[in-house]
Design a protein around this ligand. Structure first.
Ligand code: FES
Length: 157
């Protein structure tokens, strides 16, 4: 890229990010956890009210989120909110991660513009759905194991 192009890109960025906090700008410029996880323990894809979709992948070890990634076709605010939500959830227990609320995201970024508050909601809703899906899968596995044990006990009588 030429110096002129660099300047245009920089000016564009400033216009796009006008009115956002420094924290938001930093997260927007260096988002974390973008990507997919092959063989994840849970994966969900949620489409928000605006039609944008966010996908979250989870790896759970010893009841904690050991890895988490996301992809989206959404706006910059969705990428930024998902980056914050995923890096906040990483390393936390499922219960702790479920305590993350859209208001926390909004507060961290010192107030998202009204038209982008739903981006924070989409990030939190998708994380919650991925955790719930994992829990449901675990419950089903436990119920199947219990049923198997009880069938064996029954046959042994
Ligand atoms: S999630 Fe739709 S505009 Fe951000």
């Amino acid at each position: 890229m030429t110096q002129k192009h660099d300047k245009i890109a920089q000016d564009l960025q400033e216009v796009i990010l006008e009115g956002y906090s420094e924290k938001f700008k930093n997260e927007f410029l260096k988002p974390k956890n973008i990507g997919k996880i092959k063989d994840s323990d849970s994966y969900v894809s949620i489409t928000g009210v605006c039609g944008d979709t966010l996908e979250i992948y989870l790896v759970i070890r010893d009841g904690k989120i050991s890895d988490i990634k996301f992809i989206t076709d959404g706006c910059g605010a969705t990428i930024t909110c998902a980056s914050y939500v995923t890096r906040t959830a990483k390393g936390k227990s499922l219960e702790e991660a479920l305590r993350i609320k859209p208001e926390d995201v909004d507060k961290y970024f010192e107030g998202l513009p009204e038209e982008h508050k739903h981006c924070a909601k989409l990030a939190v809703i998708t994380l919650t759905a991925a955790i719930e899906k994992y829990r449901n899968k675990l419950n089903k596995q436990m119920n199947r194991a219990k049923a198997k044990i009880s069938r064996r006990k029954h046959r042994a009588k």
